[in-house]
Design a protein around this ligand. Structure first.
Ligand SMILES: Cc1cc2nc3c(=O)[nH]c(=O)nc-3n(C[C@H](O)[C@H](O)[C@H](O)COP(=O)(O)OP(=O)(O)OC[C@H]3O[C@@H](n4cnc5c(N)ncnc54)[C@H](O)[C@@H]3O)c2cc1C
Length: 494
């Protein structure tokens, strides 16, 4: 057993949550060790991303350009056969003034590639990354987590110590309980997902061909995610009664589920299921939603699926993982700099993280009531977010991951301003306006507002992302990587 010199932070897990927190702590010049059990690229589910991740957090990480060049499918929004409407309905991220223009899209990603981009970026930013190195336990002293025990690729056991340990080891974490946290499962979202990959599946008509398509059927709902022009991720999320069909013969269950959903059956009529390589098997995941009773303890913090998970219908997993990673990095950076008291710093992290999780959770409870129209869902989104914008915009802000008002920062919008005119005119040229079903399909009003928003950014009007969530709380530092005390407490204004 080796004992190594202390780190500022040790991050367990190299998924989106782990890579985010590790990179953003290393960017402040701190010494960070990231330990990952697998060797990347490794398979993971969670392929449909949100604008808040690919423009907001990715910009802070410095990978937004790399993602742009990675040739991932561009996702302008979502198409749903859901609720009382007979016909599918579509929303565009561009319907939100916060996202209109150059930040009005996300990507559908192959997680093997996406997660490796984030992990390699962590390395480039100075994080010491050890793959094939599972963490087996945490170390404690005087009521504080002080480090971890892990095994290296040669099977040799090591101990490493740090001021902070981050559990970002995903939904199968064995460490979160060491912080004193208890995982509480939702009594409401208790589904099971059966998923696989198809070559040659049909696409939604342009301009929605990159959208996620979500479609209810008698056993639950399907996701249909175009990962490339020919490869599609297809998953059936079924209720507990139908879950027994999967336990017997997953192949047969998948065939029956597809046959029971005409819209998916039609898209897959000429498709072939992939049966080789990393996409070659049907996989099953119990996707029960859960949340830990606490996200932090002295010396330790939980992020991503290690902290909480909410039903995947709005593709919020990677957003919550990377947003949680950003918030944890702010808290760690503030404490390492001695700027903020540790308890206060982690309370701010937890308050913001729980708020974002809670918004998705509360909204989803209403969304699972299939007897409502889409306009009623939009109204509910406005109600849970308490937004002062029209219903549709509140809905799009929530499902785009920008309800917190801090992920599409002024800096990002300003950076994008140069290409905005060109991209806005491309949007006008490429999107059809004869489809009445496209809700919020970039009408000229929104394009104008998008341009106005960018204009305001250019002249330096603060969007408010740095403000405390509550009076007396902490605000984000100008670079977004740390917390600063609320200046209104001392009578100053931001
Ligand atoms: C059915 C289903 C569909 C989903 N669809 C979507 C979607 O469309 N969009 C979306 O955004 N999200 C989706 N999600 C959620 C998404 O998969 C997760 O929220 C996301 O991957 C969480 O990221 P993470 O970094 O917390 O964890 P992970 O991505 O799981 O990464 C954790 C890492 O920790 C490593 N690790 C584990 N244990 C140890 C250890 N002891 N030592 C060292 N390393 C360890 C693992 O190998 C892994 O690489 C879906 C989830 C499910 C179940």
């Amino acid at each position: 057993m080796n004992s190594e010199k202390p780190y500022d932070a040790i991050v367990v897990g190299g998924g989106p949550a782990g890579s985010t927190v590790a990179t953003l702590v290393a960017k402040r010049g701190h010494r960070v060790l990231l330990l990952e059990k697998e060797t990347f690229p490794r398979y993971q589910i969670g392929e449909s991303l949100l604008p808040a991740t690919v423009h907001g957090v990715a910009h802070l990480l410095g990978v937004d350009e790399e993602l742009k060049n990675a040739n991932f499918t561009v996702k302008h929004g979502g198409t749903f056969k859901w609720g009382s409407s007979e016909r599918p309905w579509t929303f565009d991220f561009a319907a939100s003034r916060r996202m209109a223009g150059p930040t009005s899209y996300a990507y559908q990603v192959e997680r093997m590639r996406f997660d490796k981009i984030l992990l390699d970026n962590a390395r480039r930013n100075g994080v010491e990354v050890h793959e094939n190195s599972p963490v087996t336990d945490v170390l404690k002293a005087h009521g504080r987590v002080t480090g971890v025990r892990y095994t290296d690729g040669n099977g040799q056991s090591h101990e490493a110590t740090a001021r902070y340990v981050v559990d970002a080891s995903g939904n199968t974490t064995r460490l979160s309980g060491k912080s004193g946290a208890r995982r509480e499962y939702s009594p409401f979202f208790r589904n099971l997902a059966l998923f696989g990959y198809f070559e040659g599946g049909g696409r939604l008509p342009a301009p929605n061909e990159g959208n996620i398509f979500s479609c209810t059927f008698e056993h639950g709902w399907f996701w249909y995610i175009p990962l490339s022009p020919t490869l599609t991720s297809v998953g059936a999320v079924v209720n507990q009664e139908s879950a027994t069909m999967v336990q017997g013969d997953p192949e047969e269950a998948m065939r029956r589920f597809i046959a029971a959903c005409p819209q998916i059956a039609e898209k897959l009529a000429d498709a072939t299921r992939v049966t080789e390589g990393p996409y070659g098997q049907l996989r099953v995941r119990k996707d029960w939603s859960y949340c830990n009773t606490t996200f932090s303890a002295p010396g330790m913090v939980l992020v991503g699926d290690a902290a909480c998970f909410v039903d995947p219908v709005f593709s919020s997993g990677v957003h919550l993982a990377t947003y949680g990673g950003l918030l944890a990095a702010r808290s760690i950076n503030a404490c390492l700099a001695g700027d903020v008291d540790e308890k206060e710093s982690f309370a701010e992290f937890e308050r913001r993280y729980r708020r974002e999780y809670g918004l998705f959770y509360e909204f989803l409870v209403g969304f699972y009531d299939m007897h409502q129209s889409e306009s009623s869902y939009f109204w509910q989104a406005r109600k849970v977010t308490n937004a002062s914008v029209p219903d549709l915009e509140a809905f799009v802000e929530l499902v785009g991951g920008v309800a917190s008002n801090e992920l599409l920062s002024v800096a990002q919008v300003r950076k994008s301003f140069e290409d905005s005119s060109q991209q806005l005119s491309q949007l006008v040229d490429t999107r059809s306006d004869d489809d009445e079903h496209v809700i919020g399909a970039v009408p000229s009003r929104i394009l104008e507002q998008g341009t106005a928003l960018q204009g305001r950014a250019v002249i330096g009007v603060n969007a408010g992302e740095g403000r405390p969530l509550e009076p007396g709380g902490l605000g984000a530092s100008p670079d977004g990587l740390s917390w600063v005390p609320d200046t209104t407490r001392t009578g100053n204004t931001a």
